[in-house]
Design a protein. Structure first.
Length: 85
């Protein structure tokens, strides 16, 4: 079995511009990013394929148009969860 690298990609969305990569880390740093996000009440969405795609971006990059719909669905779900809380 191949030991795959764990990754975490943090996105920020201001409601006007495309979501932007604000954090990126692998293995232990990925664990720290995830733990900090959970501590702050940030939705953590696990999707290895999406994380692999986003890991090719640099911090400060906007997400590409090809994944707007996927990210919009995740943001909508996170907003819905906030409203339910």
């Amino acid at each position: 079995m191949k030991n795959e690298e764990k990754s975490a990609i943090g996105l920020s969305y201001d409601g006007q511009n495309a979501p932007t990569v604000i954090a990126k880390g692998f293995n232990q740093l990925a664990d720290e990013i995830i733990a900090l996000a959970k501590e702050q009440g940030v939705l953590v969405h696990e999707d290895p394929e999406l994380a692999n795609f986003l890991s090719k971006l640099d911090v400060g990059d906007e997400i590409p148009r090809e994944i707007y719909v996927i990210i919009a669905e995740i943001i909508a779900f996170a907003t819905w969860l906030d409203l339910k809380a």
